[in-house]
Structure formats: structure tokens, C-alpha cells
Ligand binder design. Structure first.
Ligand code: MLT
Length: 270
């Protein structure tokens, strides 16, 4: 699938697009890229258009364009980027979906512009902010990526991103995810770590989110375990919960058939 490029005022956004009809935006996890959503982009349900942009700075290695504003990125600025892309594409309302970091951004979009949401998909993510220990871990990762590069981050993250069953049974997927990670620059990775570290707690805000929500989680997710999904489902007024068995944090890549089925079913009644 060939990417598209949106030339905005301050930067160029690379994104994938497939299907036609109502729009569903898909936001990727840390430290991947829009390519994470290829299994969904190849199976868009009828009547829907999927748009999957890179989060600012991602998929930067070897790209001709430069990203600005990485040092000051926050979840709120990433949400503003999503809204800016929607404006550019002439999309007033959309279903906003995100996996993990993408879910943090989806929640930030909901905080900033709930009226532009037809629905929310929160996959392997959580509403809470980083704990002080989590923030210290982010600082250590920023220092590490600056000193050792993105390969060191891939080594740290891969065993946590993929579930134990996937690591045993799908070795090719581990290598494919490593390749996605290595296409990112240290600057993008450090920027995302800083933005995740300072994200606010969205939990108090969930009860006011009236739009339909789909909360998906792999039962072997060790980064955002099913209890994090349970907490969001309990707080959201209109949430459907789907737990995918034998799957870790990257549920859309580890079990694309089950993920696509849950997403299509949700979209059909949204
Ligand atoms: C992700 O998958 O996006 C990250 O693991 C999220 C995080 O580190 O909080």
C-alpha cells in the first residue's frame, strides 16, 4: 500500500488511506508507525474509510521531510495534529481509534473536541497518567535512545509489545515489528516518551464521553493489562469490551482477524 502525504502549514504528514465512506482514524502505538495498521487497511468494512497517520516525527528515517516541534510535543499537540489532518481532509466527524500511545492521543482528541467524535476505539491502552516510577522509566528510556539509538529501544520494548503466545508462535511478526521500530529516529522516540510522560489522567473525563466506545485488549498484554481496560469500561457510559485470547499488547497485529471482526462489528452499529 502506497502512503499519501498531506502538506500542512508547518509539516508534511505521511498517512495511509483505504476504503470510502465514513471516516475512522487509526493512531499507532509507541514506537511503531502508521504501517502498524496495514492488516486493518487491507480489510476495511464496506461504507468506511480508514485513515492512519504517523504520529508527528514517526517513520522519519530516510524521509525527505523534516518534522518540527518534536521537543515540545504533548498528547494535546498530537490531538491537535489529528484535528488538523481531519480539517485538511475535510472530515468533520470521525470514529477515532488508537492502540496504546494511539489510545492516549485518541483520548486527548476526545478531551479537545468530543463533538467531532462519532465513536472511540481504545485498544490496549489506559486512561490513567504515568506514575512517578513510570515517569522515571521514561527519563531512563530517553537517555538510552539518545545514547544508544533506536535499536536499544527495540530490544527493550519487543518482549513487552508481543504476547508470550505470539513470541513463541509468530517469530516473523517479532522481526516485522522490529523493522517498523527501526524506521524511526531517536528524536521521534524521545519526543513520544516525553509526551507520554506528561499526559494527564483522562479517567475523570470518561464518564462525560457519551459516544459509543469499543475497548479491546489482548489477554496477554503486560503493558496495559486487561484490568486497565476494565477500568475504562466501568467509567465510560457506552462501552463495549472485547478481550482477545492468547494475544499481547499489539492485538491488531497479533490477531488481525479477531481485531478486524471486533472493529467491523462496532463500526456497523456506530
Ligand atoms: C505503546 O505501546 O504505545 C506504549 O507501550 C505505551 C506506553 O509506553 O505507555
Amino acid at each position: 500500500m502506497s502512503p499519501q502525504y498531506a502538506h500542512l502549514l508547518d509539516r508534511t504528514v505521511r498517512y495511509h488511506e483505504a476504503g470510502s465512506g465514513r471516516t475512522c482514524i487509526l493512531l499507532h502505538a509507541f514506537p511503531l508507525s502508521a504501517d502498524q495498521w496495514l492488516p486493518q487497511l487491507h480489510r476495511v468494512p464496506p461504507g468506511w474509510r480508514f485513515v492512519a497517520p504517523d504520529v508527528r516525527g514517526f517513520r522519519g528515517v530516510g524521509q525527505a521531510y523534516q518534522d518540527v516541534g518534536l521537543e515540545t510535543a504533548t498528547m494535546a499537540s498530537h490531538a491537535a495534529d489529528v484535528l488538523q489532518l481531519m480539517n485538511h481532509l475535510d472530515v468533520d466527524r470521525a470514529v477515532i481509534g488508537g492502540l496504546s500511545m494511539g489510545g492516549y492521543i485518541a483520548l486527548a482528541v476526545a478531551r479537545a473536541a468530543a463533538g467531532r467524535l462519532d465513536g472511540l476505539v481504545l485498544a490496549d491502552t489506559k486512561a490513567t497518567a504515568d506514575t512517578p516510577e513510570g515517569q522515571a522509566g521514561r527519563d531512563a528510556m530517553i537517555a538510552r535512545v539518545q545514547a544508544e539509538g533506536v535499536a536499544a529501544i527495540a530490544d527493550v520494548m519487543l518482549p513487552k509489545l508481543l504476547g508470550a503466545t505470539t513470541q513463541r508462535g509468530q517469530p516473523d511478526l517479532t522481526e516485522a515489528v522490529r523493522t517498523l521500530i527501526l524506521r524511526n529516529t531517536p528524536e521521534a522516540v524521545a519526543s513520544a516518551l516525553g509526551a507520554m510522560k506528561t499526559r494527564p489522567d483522562s479517567t475523570p473525563f470518561l464518564s462525560g464521553l457519551a459516544c459509543p466506545a469499543l475497548v479491546i485488549c489482548g489477554d496477554e498484554d503486560v503493558l496495559t493489562p486487561p484490568a486497565d481496560s476494565d477500568a475504562m469500561v466501568a467509567a465510560l457510559p457506552a462501552a463495549t469490551r472485547v478481550v482477545i485470547p492468547h494475544v499481547g499488547h499489539l492485538s491488531n497485529l497479533e490477531a488481525p482477524v479477531a481485531f478486524n471482526q471486533a472493529l467491523a462489528e462496532f463500526l456497523s452499529r456506530t
